[in-house]
Design a protein around this ligand. Structure first.
Ligand code: FE2
Ligand code: FE2
Length: 165
């Protein structure tokens, strides 16, 4: 809902942190106890939350910001955030495949420690990404709230019909 755009983004960022925490913990649990790592569950959670959140920013938030004719610094910020989305999607996709592979091959403890390190590294990148958005994107959205809301209200998401009059 256009009215809640800021609240929605802030709420979703809290979920990003939660997801990061869940994945980090479950990987550590597997390494330490050799327990069952729910790769499918983690992947589904990522797809339904983080992936959809990135998509929401790419298809709704970034175009809305660009419609306010931001300065070079904000354009550069959006470029950086988009590059980070691509990196996070690719690296996370590879990680999930490697985790599934490690389970199938009954990987050694050293391999699991390496995977746990990679997971932690990715979690840090994801959290830094969300922190950068909290520090620089949210203030811009707050400052241009009315223009952003007007843009979102008059631009239906792709795939949804625009209702006239
Ligand atoms: Fe983002
Ligand atoms: Fe975000």
């Amino acid at each position: 809902m256009a009215d809640d755009v800021l609240d929605q983004l802030i709420h979703q960022h809290a979920e990003v942190s939660e997801w990061a925490h869940v994945l980090e913990q479950s990987t550590r649990a597997f390494v330490e106890a050799g327990g069952a790592l729910d790769v499918d569950g983690a992947e589904r959670f990522f797809r339904d939350n983080v992936h959809d959140h990135f998509l929401y920013e790419e298809t709704r938030i970034f175009p809305a910001i660009l419609s306010t004719k931001p300065d070079q610094a904000v354009c550069a910020l959006i470029e950086q955030l988009r590059a980070e989305h691509i990196h996070l999607m690719e690296a996370t996709g590879e990680l999930f495949v490697d985790l599934a592979m490690a389970i199938a091959r009954e990987a050694s403890e050293a391999e699991w420690l390496g995977l746990a390190d990679r997971t932690r590294g990715l979690v840090q990148v994801l959290l830094a990404h969300a922190t950068l958005e909290d520090a620089q994107l949210i203030p811009y959205l707050t400052e241009h709230r009315e223009a952003i809301q007007a843009y979102l209200a008059s631009h239906a998401p792709l795939g949804e019909p625009v209702l006239m009059g």
